[in-house]
Structures are given as C-alpha cells and as structure tokens.
Design a protein around this ligand. Structure first.
Ligand SMILES: [Mn+2]
Length: 482
C-alpha cells in the first residue's frame, strides 16, 4: 500500500514511521515546512514539500486507488479547504484524518466528507491513559509490598475458610508477583476447599494449600498476607497482619502494615492483575487462567458489580489464559456410570409451573447434580431447573433459573431454610437437607411421597411470587406496557 502522510508535526512523523509497516507499505511524507523536510531527510524518510492546497504537488505522489492519505494538521481551520482539494486529486485513495480538537470547533461534520475516516486522538488515547495512570499508582503500592516482604524467610498467604476461585487465583498471583516459591510462601486456610469446581481448580492449576491451619501455626511465619478477605472475617484472633489485599468493604478497625482495599472492584484478582501489569511481569498461562477464573466467578461473568478495571483485566487476561482449562474446571468430566442415573432422572422428570424437577437418587459425586441442573435449564419452556440427589446422608438440591425471574437464592431460603441450609445467587442456588429431616415413619430412604413434599416446598414461594407479580402487573399496567 502506498501511504502518504500530510503533516505539520514532527511527532506524527516519529509515530507513523513506527505504526505503518514500512516493509510492506510504501511510506512517504508531504510537508510544507522546510525544517520538517530536512528532519525527514536526516531520518532517511521519503518526503516532498509543497502547499497542501496546491493540486500540482499531488501529481508527483502517484496516488493509486489502494493507497492511503493520512492527514494530521496543527491548525484544523485549514482542514476543510485541504480535504476539498484531496477529494479532487485522491484518485480513489482512502483518507484518514487524525485530530486532537473536536471537529465541531471547526464546523466540520464528518458527513461533509464521506470519503474520509476521522480518528479523534484524544478519545483513543483516553482509555490507555487511564489504565496507565492506574498502573503507575499500583507501581508505588507494589514497591511498598516488596519492602515489607523483603528478607522474610517465611511468608504466609492466608485466604478465607472455604476459599473461592478469586481467593485462590489472587494468592497464587501474589506469590508469583513477589517471585517467591511454594515452600517459602505457602497458601493456607483455617477451613478447606469444598466446592467441586474449586477443588477442580486446585487440581488442574496445581494450587497446593495448607488446610485447617491452626492459629498457633501462624507463629512460624515472619510475615502474613490476607487476600480477598480481612482479619475480622476469621473466627480466630490473628497476630499482626502485614498485608491485606481485598475488595470487600473495609471492616472497622481493620489493621495491617499495608492495606490495599478497593471495594468498588468486582474481584481481588483484578487488583493482582494490575500489580502484575505494573511490574511488567509476563503473566504465565497458569497464573492468567487462575486470575481470569477468579474474575469470572466473582463477577458472574462481568455481570455483577464490575468497574472498568475488571473489564480491562478480563480483556488483558483472556488471550493469556487457557480457556479449555476453565471449561474443565466449570464442567468437571462426567464419570461414564453417571449417564445411567442421568437417563433415569430424565425419564422420571416432572414439569410443572415452568419448573423441571429431576431426581438422581444416590450419587457418588456431588458435582453431577448441578451439571444435570445446567442441562435441564435448556429444556424448551422451562424457567427453573431443580435437580436433586442423595449424597452423604443429605438430599442435595441444585437450582438454576433463566435469570429474569425471582432470585434463586431467595426462593431456596424461603423454601428450605427451616429444614436444611439453603442459599445462592440470582440464577443459581443450592440446598442441603439432612435426610432425617425428610423421611417419616422410621423409613431409611426417601420415597416418592417425600420427594413430592420437597417439590411442593419449592413451588410454594415461587407460586406466591407469581401471584403477587400478577397483581402488581394489574395495578401498574401502564408502567409495564412502557
Ligand atoms: Mn473476591
């Protein structure tokens, strides 16, 4: 491609000679100023000099229809006149206008010149400027963290009692950020990892944790960092904490030598991504995958409480992460023998009130229950999917909904809190009901009648919600119509 640049700026010359691929494209400049012409000569760049509004100067440029003319003026009051000339001489060339001031200041509408593309430099630069400003601030904080941990023989990274992907990803990334290793910097929890997806994450990304650590053991460490949580969230009294990096609102009296708490952020993994970028650290695939999965789960795929930084971190990590690994974490492989209980559960399904119920009986792995719940939600006309199974003396219920109905977590609490534990998010929830709270008459296992009872318990709050919704619709029919 033949690319001709009309400019009055030395900086445009310096920029475009690096942007335009000079090996593939034939780059030349048209300038009016003698000094700029000399500068181009000295830089061994091809240059012609003449007035931008002089048609004759364009003849020497041999413009062809697959060429490009780039225009970047110091004084855009001249732009209109110059573009009129270019339109006559361009011979089918494409035209790109770079400008810093808004064109309305010069009474130019882009529609006046349909052959030209306008690139407002300030608008394009703004997002880059914002992220780089943030990274500059992170650099300062990072230095502080490095000072605190420098020389520490043993640093402990402490996460919440049932660590989630955000905590695990953050912990892993913090160790990497400080260029430390597993033995000098272990990750620990007072509890343990329980959710099947989180267990899959630790397995597939090789994240080793000290589980059930005791408060006494903390004394073996000369520094302690808390990530994705704060000391007040633990049941035990902690010794002095050196570093807190978190995105939950700051608890009163939260004390540490260094605190980086950003409650507006959707995930702590976003904060660590910024640290790694500020350090200009190459983010290895394993770390990128862990961080990306942390952001995905904490923000429900950027659907909940995100700021620009989260979206930016997500975009940055995405091409660096292993999406197949994430897929495998989210959908653990199914054991072949589960297919039989799936087919049994699907055959005995019940569909009522846009809810599909399916029961799997006894299962060897708990995570197959939510997997079938995901699948059932795809059934035509269904808004809720409720799949149950018996695991370790409990009836486990996994619920999914299409998202525009009542929050799944609320319904589950209302239906089952009195006989078990229940809760969850907007579109996914879970209940665990001890079998002894369900069976009657001294039976050992639950039967059809017990299952019906459970299903009706679920339908009750759903039906009353639907009822009150209907009456609301009646009262506010005008608003609804809008
Ligand atoms: Mn979090």
């Amino acid at each position: 491609m033949n690319c001709v640049v009309l400019t009055q700026h030395r900086s445009t010359v310096d920029l475009l000679r690096r942007v335009v691929d000079s090996k593939k494209d034939d780059l030349s400049f048209l300038v009016e100023d003698l000094r700029l012409e000399r500068y181009l000569h000295r830089s061994s760049l091809s240059v012609s000099r003449g007035k931008f509004r002089d048609r004759a100067v364009y003849e020497k440029l041999e413009l062809t229809p697959n060429g490009l003319i780039v225009v970047h003026l110091r004084d855009n009051r001249r732009l209109r006149g110059i573009l009129k000339v270019i339109d006559v001489v361009r011979n089918g060339c494409s035209v790109l206008v770079l400008h810093t001031d808004p064109l309305v200041n010069f009474k130019i509408e882009s529609e006046d010149f349909p052959f030209a593309q306008f690139l407002p430099l300030a608008d394009s630069f703004r997002p880059i400027f914002h992220i780089q400003t943030r990274l500059a601030k992170n650099k300062k904080r990072l230095k502080r963290i490095q000072e605190i941990t420098e020389g520490a023989k043993k640093l402990l990274i402490l996460v919440q009692d049932d660590p989630d992907p955000d905590a695990l990803g953050t912990a892993l990334a913090l160790r990497h950020l400080l260029a430390r290793n597993r033995s000098s910097t272990p990750i620990a929890t007072f509890g343990k990892v329980t959710r099947p997806e989180n267990l899959a994450m630790t397995r597939l990304l090789d994240i080793q944790l000290i589980e059930n650590i005791s408060a006494g053991e903390l004394e073996d460490y000369d520094r302690i960092a808390c990530v994705d949580t704060q000391p007040s969230r633990f049941k035990v009294e902690l010794p002095r904490i050196d570093i807190i990096i978190d995105h939950h609102p700051e608890a009163p009296g939260c004390q540490a030598t260094f605190k980086d708490i950003r409650p507006s952020y959707g995930a702590t993994a976003t904060i660590l991504t910024e640290y790694l970028r500020a350090k200009k650290e190459k983010i290895a695939e394993r770390i990128a995958t862990a961080l990306l999965y942390g952001i995905r789960t904490d923000t429900l795929l950027l659907d909940r409480g995100v700021v620009e930084s989260d979206v930016e971190a997500f975009t940055y990590l995405y091409p660096r992460a292993n999406i197949n690994t994430i897929r495998r974490i989210e959908r653990p492989e199914l054991p072949v023998n589960v297919l039989d209980s799936f087919s049994e559960g699907l055959r005995n399904r019940r569909i009522t009130d846009k809810v599909i119920f399916s029961h799997l009986g006894k299962v060897k792995r708990e995570d197959v229950i939510p997997q079938l719940a995901d699948f059932c939600l795809q059934v035509e006309g269904v808004e809720w999917s409720v799949v149950s199974g018996i695991y370790g003396g409990d009836l486990i219920l996994s619920v999914r909904n299409v998202g525009f109905v009542r929050a799944a977590g609320d319904i589950m609490k209302e239906a089952f809190a009195h006989i078990g534990s229940a809760g969850g998010h907007r579109s996914m929830a879970k209940a665990v009901i001890p079998l002894k709270n369900l069976v009657s008459n001294g039976k050992k296992d639950i039967d059809e009648a017990d299952l019906r009872k459970v299903q009706n318990l679920f339908l009750k709050p759903l039906r009353s919600a639907a009822k009150s919704n209907n009456s609301n619709h009646g009262a506010n029919s005008k608003q609804v119509a809008k």
